[in-house]
Every structure is written in C-alpha cells, then in structure tokens.
Ligand binder design. Structure first.
Ligand SMILES: [Zn+2]
Length: 715
C-alpha cells in the first residue's frame, strides 16, 4: 500500500522524487518531538518505545506485552497442549489479547535456535474483566517430540484512535518526519489492515498530510514506513496535529486469530539551519579489537590499511584504556562518560541510571537525529542503550544464536538509515561483533600465516586462532573502507566527525587465559581510539599519554561545540589534539572487572580449522567471581585483587609493557592504593538512584539469554 499526499503539501517518500532533494546549503535539525506535545493522560504513556522487526523507536500507540508464562521441552502426547494462565491486573479492565508462540524444542534447549524460529499461533481475545484464560494449543510437532512455548498478553488496541497535539508554531521551511508501522498481535498473516491518517489543523481549517493503509499480510508492509512531509505552507501559524488510525474490524461471526497495534514512530518537527561549520557524528565500536592488531598502533601485519589511513588524516590516542574488559559495562562508560563504579552497570540485569545522560540524549537536545545499529548481545536495549535514539536496531540475522559478527550487514543497515535521512544532522552509532569470537573470517581474508605477538614456542592453536582473529580484523577494516566510500558518495565525509574505537581487547595466552573479562592486563584494556574530521581534528596527531574511554563523550561534545554534562568522569581531550605532549600533568585512568570465573580453552574443531571458538575446561562454580580494580599513570600500573584475594601487582609500563615483572613494594604501593580509593569513592549510593535503575529480570528474554550464553557472558 502506498501513502498519498493531499493538498499543496509535498510528501517525500524518496529523495529521488522531484522537489524532495535537500537544500545543499542547509541542514535539518529535529527541534521538537510531537510525542512531547501530546497532553499528558491522552494515551497510556508506558511503554513509550516499542520494537517492530527489531527496530526500537519512541512511538505513539505502543502496547506493553506481559509475560503470562513460558515452558521448555513440553512433551507432546497427542492432542492439544492445555494450559491455564492468570491475567494480571496490570493489563487493566478492558479486553485482552493473549498471544501464544511455540517452536520445536532444541536438544539442549537452545541449539536449534538457528533452525526453529518462534511461530505465532492464533491469538485469543479475552473479554473485559476476565481473571484467567484457558488455552488449547495445537501440538505443532509429532507425538513424542517436545516444544517450547511462551504466552504473552496485552491490552486490545482500540479499533479507532484519534490523538491530537497541543498547538505548535512552525518556522520557515519546516518538515515533519514520522514512521508508521503495524505491530501484529498474533500471526502477521492474520492481522487486520490498518488505515493511518495524519491531519494538520489551523485556524482556517484542516489539511490532510498523510494517508496510508498497511496490511500486515503483505511482507512489504512489514517494519517501519518512513515519511517526510514538507510543512512550509503552514509556517507562522499555530498548528495542531491529529494522528488517527482505524483497524479493520473482525468480521461478525468469525473468530479472529490476530489483531493489530498501529504505531506512529518518532513524529518530529525539523527545521533548516545554515550548514556552515556543523558536523555529524559517526561512532564505530569494533567490539573486542585490541590496539596492537591495528597497523597504526604497531601491528606487524597489514591488518588495517583503512584505519591506518584514517589515523594519518586525523588523530590517534596511543594509550586508550577501557574501563572494564567486557561489552556491557564498557559501552555504558563509552556512551555516558562515567566509570563503571558510578553507573553501576556490571551485569545483564543492570540498567543505566536514568539520571546519567547518554550521548544520544545530549545530541538529541542539540539538533541531532540519532540512530544505532547493533548486533544484539550485550549492548542491550533492556539496559537502556536506546535512550535518545529515534531508531535503535538490534540487528538479528538468520542465525539468532550465533554471535559471529555481521559488519557488512550492520554497516549497510546504518547506511540505509543515513540515505533515508539525507540532509539531516545525524549521530550514527554502529557496533559490530565481527572480531569477537568465534574468529571465522571469510576465506578471502584468512590470509595471515604468522601471528603478531605470539612466542616462538606458542601452542599451535594459539597461533592459528590469532591468525584467524587477524583475518577478522582485516575483514572489518575492508568493511569500514566500503562504509567510508559510501559516506563520501553521500557527500557527508567532509562534514562528519568519525570516531573508531573498541570496548575492550582480547587475550591470547599472555597471562594464561583467552578471550576477555577475566583480567585487567593491557591485552584486554588497550583499545584503539582514532578521530577524523576535516577542519575540526588536526591531521597526523598522535597523543602519547594514557586516556580512558570515559573521555570519549566529553571530547566529541567539545569538538561539536556542545557543553558536556556536569558530572562526567571523563575530560575533553581536545587540548591534547593541539598540544599532544601537553604541559598539564597526566591524569590517572581507572579500570576494574567483576565477572564470573570462566576457564576457557581455544577450540579449532569447527569448520575444518577455519573457525576458532572456545570451550569450558573446568567445571563452573557459579558463586566464584573475579573482582579486580586498578589504576595507571603514564609510567606505572597497579592491580588489586579483591576476589579471590591476592597480592597486589605493580608494573613499570615504560620498561615492561607486557606486564611480566611485578615490582610491588612499599615505595610504589601507597600511590596505587590512594588512586584506587579515589576511584572507589566515585560509587553513587543506591539510595540516590531512582527506584527504576534495575531492569526487572523478566525483560531479558530467553533468546537474549541464549545469545549471551553463546557469547560466553552467562552460563
Ligand atoms: Zn565487547
């Protein structure tokens, strides 16, 4: 179904349409979210974001799913599977839609994820005021086989809905952005059609801005449908916007198997601004990339020609230290500018406190359209990462339980968003697990026959796995090259601040282990940080002193001319770009780890030796947690073992960069103890947090838990 424009207002579905190309001398800034202009109490305001096809957006019309129950390995005996569920009062007094999904159970509960996606069974409408529901689910699998089942419920969205905003006065050249989508409750093929209509009301009368019909039965109608409406004809007058939807009713006498929730995604007003001097932001996080595998950081292999060229055109921080050697906590620091000790996000059920502003939120307040494409796993929507983004995609490929990266697909998804938003000031965050284990580069990139940094007597599997890791680095570098070429073709390369970094490194036996999240030695903390922006970042600068990922947020804000939030732990590194060796004293940086103890070994048994994964080599002890905290200055590094308790370590990084010779003694330890006490004092008492700072465990779904298990984060 296509949308149609009405009256004299232009509706742009594509930049290829006549009159829809952006003015080259102007950039469009989001100045107002129309969700904020809907009077309180008009619609249920929880949740305010919802996902359609893995893309999470703030939206009008979101309905909350409530989990009624889930079971694994239900053996089918013949005949339907009968279950009874209580309906919680939180669903309200109105009619409720109950949605069961099933799949064939895996051998060990999850191995079949790649083969057996969840399948929506017919939904059930439960009458107003009912306290429980009885279901008779078709068995789906053969007698003797097992299935997993999961049942959720939500309020029945109204058949007709009309929501109006407060009056808004529009500036010259204003445009409106909005996306529409249908969230099917039950099988998409059975969900009814929805008619969307957007109207602008002014004193002289009403004008229809948008009319579209989406039929969930048609695959091309799935997902979010973007629209951009020119509002120039309404300039200078108070305008109220009315969002109306009609869901085709269930025919009389028929029992409907699915229902439709209509959504208006991220309705925004954008205004043109002079483009001169403004920069976009592209932040690329290459999960698990250790600095010494990047050519510009001294790799002996030609792994990163694209990043090396980027460093030559921009600035490179030689000693960038991650604050935590694992994905969730380190990204939370990267995107808030505060240390883990302050944000407190250490595990998958933690949530970034609402009172700590995130980069996308700050940029949204300064006219940036923000989008993120991540590869699922630990940059969890449930931890709060979508805050500030109007488009947050948790990219899920066909193989949902396989965490190997998909850099090309992820970058392409980001580019598609960028093409749809041409002419708008943007922040695009891209996160890929491409170099994360398993290391399995495409054959054309499995080209390295040596491994940087490994000893001559290293175990063969250690050497081979590092070769494969280096191949993954070479592959992701080529994907970045392709991304940069497309950015140039879009005309955005010269006006975009590009930042490439990583959340932590990776160990290849340097201190007796593999992967990450078990120690705080340099191989898991030292990450690349490279910035490029013509006329904004001086070319060819190398900053030698230690800096932290918490410095990233204040630095990019400083470069973009935006004041940092008052309570960051990081500092702007912009003065160091002008004076790399700096006259000010080098500040200490901090790091810690708190993770379950995992003893892993490399495994080359898969894919004929062309893939390196890992396996447990010791029984799990669920209560055994590793807890270490440390600090470093330009010359020294301190590590304190809090759990299991152990002797402190001190290293002279200038003469012992690989941390082999512990020089802890009474002359150096007191300085480290004082620094670590300073770090630990950053902790914000839980009582100062809002009560919602912990996500309820139920919000981590089974799929996510399995993916995290495959990544090695949970057991
Ligand atoms: Zn990571």
């Amino acid at each position: 179904m296509r949308a149609r424009a009405v009256a004299s207002l232009a509706l742009c579905l594509s930049w290829a349409a006549p009159g829809c190309r952006p003015r080259t001398d102007a950039v469009f800034e989001p100045v107002r979210s129309l969700l904020d202009e809907v009077p309180a109490g008009t619609t249920p305001d929880v949740p305010v974001t919802c996902a359609v096809d893995d893309v999470i957006r703030p939206a009008l019309g979101c309905v909350a799913d409530v989990l009624l129950g889930q079971e694994t390995k239900v053996r089918v005996q013949g005949g339907p599977v009968r279950r009874r569920f209580e309906l919680p009062r939180s669903l309200g007094p109105g009619p409720v839609v109950v949605q069961p999904v099933v799949r064939r159970a895996g051998v060990d509960g999850w191995l079949l994820d790649d083969l057996e996606p969840w399948r929506a069974l017919g939904a059930r409408l439960v009458r107003r005021g009912a306290r429980h529901v009885k279901l008779a689910l078709p068995p789906v699998v053969s007698i003797g086989e097992s299935l997993d089942l999961r049942v959720t419920a939500s309020r029945l969205p109204p058949a007709k809905s009309l929501t109006g905003t407060r009056p808004v006065v529009l500036g010259p050249g204003t445009v409106l952005r909005v996306a529409v989508a249908v969230h099917p409750l039950g099988p998409a093929a059975g969900a009814p059609r929805v008619a969307f209509r957007l109207v602008a009301q002014t004193a002289p009368g009403r004008q229809e801005l948008l009319r579209e019909v989406l039929d969930p039965a048609h695959p091309e109608n799935a997902g979010w449908h973007e629209h951009r409406v020119e509002l120039g004809a309404l300039t200078g007058r108070p305008v109220r916007f009315f969002f109306s939807t009609r869901v085709r009713p269930c025919p009389v006498g028929r029992r409907c198997r699915a229902f439709s929730a209509p959504l208006w995604g991220a309705p925004q007003i954008l205004e043109p601004r002079p483009r001169a001097g403004r920069h976009n932001l592209l932040l690329i996080s290459l999960d698990t990339l250790r600095a010494d595998h990047v050519g510009a950081y001294g790799s002996r292999l030609p792994t990163t020609p694209v990043l090396d060229a980027m460093a030559a055109e921009g600035a490179l921080f030689e000693q960038t230290i991650a604050p935590f050697p694992a994905t969730l906590s380190s990204h939370a620091s990267m995107l808030t500018g505060v240390y883990p000790r302050r944000h407190g996000v250490l595990g998958m059920f933690d949530r970034i406190p609402r009172d700590i502003p995130m980069l996308a939120e700050i940029l949204a307040h300064h006219g940036y359209q923000s989008a993120a494409v991540t590869e699922d796993g630990m940059v969890l929507a449930t931890a709060g990462f979508p805050r500030g983004f109007t488009y947050y995609r948790e990219y899920k490929g066909a193989k949902r339980s396989t965490p190997s990266g998909r850099a090309v697909a992820t970058f392409d998804a980001g580019l598609r968003w960028l093409e749809t938003h041409r002419g708008e000031q943007f922040f695009l965050f891209l996160h890929t697990y491409q170099v994360h284990m398993p290391y399995a580069p495409p054959p054309a990139f499995d080209v390295f026959t040596s491994a940087p940094g490994t000893e001559a007597n290293a175990l063969p599997e250690l050497v081979r796995c590092q070769q494969l890791y280096a191949g993954e680095v070479r592959y992701v570098d080529s994907a970045i090259g392709r991304l940069f070429e497309r950015l140039t073709k879009l005309g955005e390369a010269d006006r975009t601040l590009v930042v490439v970094t990583s959340d932590h490194g990776e160990e290849f036996g340097e201190h007796g282990g593999v992967q990450h999240a078990q120690t705080i030695y340099e191989e898991v903390l030292h990450v690349p940080l490279i910035l490029r922006a013509p006329r904004l970042v001086p070319a060819g600068v190398r900053v030698p002193g230690p800096v932290s990922l918490v410095d990233l947020l204040p630095t990019v804000l400083d470069l973009l001319g935006i004041p940092p939030p008052p309570a960051t732990d990081g500092r702007s590194l912009v003065p160091l770009l002008r004076d790399p060796r700096g006259t000010s004293p080098v500040r200490p940086v901090f790091f810690e780890v708190r993770e379950p103890l995992l003893q892993m070994a490399l495994d080359l048994s898969g894919d004929g030796g062309r893939a390196c994964s890992s396996r447990l080599i010791a029984p799990l002890a669920p209560d055994t947690v590793i807890e270490q905290v440390g600090a470093r200055t330009n010359a020294h590094k301190w590590i304190f073992h809090l759990q299991p308790v152990g002797l402190p370590e001190v290293y002279d990084l200038e003469h012992d960069p690989h941390e082999h010779h512990n020089i802890a003694g009474p002359d150096l330890l007191p300085t480290g103890e004082r620094l670590v006490e300073e770090y630990q004092a950053l902790a914000t008492p839980a009582a100062d947090r809002r009560p919602d700072h912990k996500a309820p465990p139920a919000t981590i779904d089974e799929e996510t838990t399995k993916k995290l298990r495959a990544l090695g984060y949970v057991q």
